[in-house]
Design a protein around this ligand. Sequence first.
Ligand code: C2O
Length: 622
Amino acid sequence: MASLVPGHAFTLQSSSQSRFCAGESPFLKLRSACSESAGLGSRKRLIWRAEGGKKECEAGKGSNASVGDGRRKDASLNLERRELLAASVAGVSTLWSHPAVGVPVTPPDLSKCEPATVAVSGQPTLSVTCCLPEGSAKVFTPTPGSVLKVRKPAQKVDAAYIKKYNKAYELMRALPDTDPRSFKQQADVHCAFCNGAYPSPQNSSAELQIHFSYIFFPWHRFYLYFHERILASLINDPSFALPFWNWDDQKFGGNVMPLMFTQSDTYASLYDPKRNQNHLPPSINTLSLSDNSANLTDSQIIADNLSVMYQSTVKPTTATLFMGAAPLFGDFNDTAAGGTLELGPHTAIHVWAGDPRETYGENMGNFYSAGRDPLFYSHHANVDRMWTVWDSLPKRRKDLYTDSDFLNSSFVFYNEKSELVQVYVKDCLDTKKQLGVTYEAAPGDKLWLQLEPKPLSKVKGLIPKGKDKVAEFGSALKGKKPQDLTKAANTLTSLVTRPTNLTEYATSKGLSEADVEEVLILQDVQVPKTSATHLAVFINLPDADSTTSLDCAEYVGSYVNVPHIGMDMSNSRRINVKFSISDNITKLGIEDQEKITVTVVAKVLASDAAAVTIAGYKIVYV
Ligand code: C2O
């Protein structure tokens, strides 16, 4: 447990621990907690990571309060954000190409586990112990084995399969909690690596975090791999494979919570009472956060879902855009690195399934508890399937697949024999050849793979005509005032200049011009942690508002933020949000325009939410 800093009245709260931590940077939290503590007098709060009393959160230093030791004192890492922003304006964008910290990712020292603890004023302290049993790991290289495991859409499996599947969970739930194969420990694995149980081996001041970066996909792929093998061994069926919740499928019955998980009497071991009761079948799942008051019809939800799938999975042509960038444990930019699928539909499904009656959104709506719902593993089977779908599409630049930091990142898991094994990313890139796992084709994919979003606007060219109607708002600059969405009726339209050096860029990267991707970056977006937010972004549609459908060629993507449920602090979450826009530009026929209008609309924003600000916009080639 944490030790306390003498002389401060504070609430012990391990922040990233125990709440849904989408977009959270442990470093950022420490820092913002410090500034909060220093700036708000009586509302003192400190976030504390115990380690020999070294990491003092020093009150009184304002927003420059620095915490931690080791790496964080490295000058290059302690650059203030504003300096980075300033640097990014001059030529090469320092902000977006900051050196990675903590890659290749290595497994933690399992003896250095801390319980995840959360205290919120007025609420009892929640202390979650989710440490893995200690052990020394053997390197394990998976081989496909003699029986291919075929994962099928959950809506298509038969009663005999469901019975077997339910039995496997029944046996898993019956194992003692001390067994690494037990349901409790399987769920704890997820808690441990999202909720700050282990420090990063390369930067002991930061937590080891498997979300918000390119390790999101491979880590969860291995997690499912071992989970599935444990289930298979419990029922003695080497062919057993998880079903995938086909939430992207809008035509063949995939887009509802799979029925088998909702029948407490027949399939008790697949059931979890902590789910949103308004989202049980036949309620259609939403892949973007939508306001209940929006009263969308099923056909509107379906159209939006298809468009979200298209923008998050078809449009991003580089692996880094789709999967995320290198994790930067302990640096501001680690909040900036999540991929389009993770921060889009993946997050949306967690929130959609989680139970709003529960203080922390349990089970699916909070990472620490998500693994306690069997639905989680079926949800993630589809997340994993999306990686295989993306991988199979034409014109993909698989930049990460040759990145040695990515390939040599490694993790530890307990296998079906309760042995601790260490696995490498490079050994999971091809599910069939390396893991012996494959996915049955899902016919619903076609609908979004072949989607051709149409322009809503009938006018071609820059809209509105005449540049003077909309003010330009370029890159974030030192001293520049961010735009405040909440002060602008929740809709902001700005003019943004496109880059002009396509030929030069393509040549320097050895790419054909057609392969260069144009990317819109919303710089340092800050949203309140205390409320759910969905920012939808459109280009060339200055009249877009919260009722505008996502089903159009002007829609470039969404940033969905999940609230810190139960938290009474008004800190903001900061993130750089990136969207590929080449496809939108082609579909809108505005290739020749020097500038485009960017409209950010708050689709979901609590009425009492604090400011939502954007420090700047930038369009770059990648
Ligand atoms: Cu590890 Cu869906 O999250």
